[in-house]
Design a protein. Structure first.
Length: 282
């Protein structure tokens, strides 16, 4: 009960801290969906603050507010009104909605390999009539080819990984996993991204490929164009597959100053399946 109280207070505090008075409205929606949508098992859509969010399961809706709109892990201040954002791991469009909420004229390049998540991502773009959004149904790493993605077989695209053993530990049921094959690309080969002169934000949630993506961007000079990086870092079965040391070294050599935080700062624990966020600024 004590942890629950502080957890809810943290949501309210962070929402006000980052969003001001708008944070009060966001907190109301967080409380509303937490109370009345948790037991709903159907997919649907939710309207708030001029936005429409189409979701696969109610927990995706709850986490939209709990993880993104109240805690604001992807908050950033742009020098202009049309920031360029690369979103690697766009899922069903939750981070996309957040970025468009912050900057409605932002220009986004969104990568999402999961077929069901990508379909909902497209639906959310269409429902909100978003412009200046380019989407790619591709997984991103430092090599080209194909990648197997393992996902929980319940229409829940939130729980997916290229590491089957890791995913089995997360959902505690290795028999309830399905596999998808996705196109694997190097973002440094993307012609549209190579043309960009400035990238205001690079957001990475790549389920264990964060280190490889940073290496690719660093070796091709793209990281030098980036002003801010926000990474959701994942522990993998083999830690060498997603080297934290490599991420830190590459970011620092590109002129970034780093900070680290956990979603729930007062519950920070290195044994969490998603250990922490990495935030890098120039």
């Amino acid at each position: 009960m004590k942890n629950k109280f502080f957890q809810n207070f943290e949501h309210f505090y962070q929402a006000i801290k980052f969003l001001g008075m708008k944070g009060i409205i966001i907190t109301f929606h967080f409380v509303w969906v937490s109370l009345f949508y948790r037991k709903n098992r159907r997919k649907g859509e939710y309207h708030f603050s001029g936005l429409i969010f189409k979701y696969d399961i109610p927990l995706s809706l709850i986490e939209l507010f709990a993880d993104i709109f109240t805690l604001n892990p992807y908050f950033f201040i742009s020098k202009g009104l049309e920031p360029v954002i690369i979103d690697i791991g766009g899922n069903i469009g939750d981070s996309l909605l957040y970025f468009k909420y912050l900057y409605k004229n932002s220009k986004l390049y969104v990568f999402e390999p999961h077929p069901e998540a990508f379909k909902l991502l497209q639906e959310n773009i269409k429902a909100n009539k978003f412009t200046d959004v380019k989407t790619y149904q591709e997984a991103v790493s430092d090599t080209k080819g194909e990648l197997k993605i393992y996902s929980e077989n319940k229409g829940d695209s939130r729980k997916s990984s290229s590491d089957r053993i890791f995913l089995a530990k997360v959902i505690d049921n290795s028999l309830d996993i399905v596999a998808y094959t996705s196109k694997l690309v190097k973002i440094s080969n993307n012609k549209e991204i190579k043309k960009l002169k400035v990238i205001d934000l690079l957001k990475i949630d790549a389920e264990g490929h964060e280190s490889k993506i940073i290496s690719d961007l660093s070796s091709h000079g793209i990281l030098n164009k980036v002003q801010k990086v926000i990474i959701e870092y994942h522990f993998m079965t083999k830690l060498s597959d997603n080297s934290l040391d490599n991420i830190i070294e590459k970011l620092r050599s590109s002129g970034f100053k780093l900070s680290f935080f956990n979603y729930y700062r007062y519950l920070s624990n290195v044994t969490d399946t998603v250990a922490f966020m990495i935030c890098a600024d120039k």
